[in-house]
Write a protein that binds this ligand. Sequence first.
Ligand code: SAM
Length: 209
Amino acid sequence: MSKSELVDELVRGGYLKTPAIIEAFKTVDRAAFVPVEFKSQAYENHPLPIGFEQTISQPLTVAFMLELLQPQPGSKILDVGSGSGWQSALLAQLVGESGKVVAIERIPELKIFAEGNLNAFPELAGRVSFVLGDGSQGYEPEAPYNRIIAAAAGDTIPEAWKNQLKTGGTIVAPVSQSIVVVQKLTPEKFEVREYFGFSFVPLVKEQAG
Ligand code: SAM
């Protein structure tokens, strides 16, 4: 499949809808985020290995989650589990010059891999701060965020993410085998929706002590 065939398939399937997100999928080339041995499969609609038992996410899943997240120009977004950096780059395009993406990853080699991949997109690279750490606790030094998105599944939405989200903001994250959308209506009131039937790598929490 070519890049435009992949985008067309995601549009026809109803996964990609918003013009800015469709444009981001066309601009931020997934092939630039895939290890060299998998380049020929970069536009196939499935996850691919990036080493360390991790994957670059399936395009359909990224499209579905970004449509739920609805990043806006100027948004500050926490991207938990940045892996290859592909989704971080898509977010960087969507938040525009006045926005910021904080991309947190727990595997040092993948943080370096993502940073290197982003260098192919100098304009976008300047909008992303890569952080090494446990994103299950969010990332307090850069909080609050307009949006939080995660690529690895926990068994619940962490309280830290809810606390680090601005009122009016949105979290889109996998919980077990579902995608959950949390909207922060007031500092104490949250609205939650769940979409069943997805598959994710686990959100690994660092052991305390
Ligand atoms: N969006 C990424 C991409 O397309 O390349 C997804 C990468 S993969 C599906 C999920 C990533 O989450 C992995 O790189 C994994 O190391 C990372 N991860 C898992 N638990 C984490 C945690 N607690 N904090 C930060 N990253 C974590």
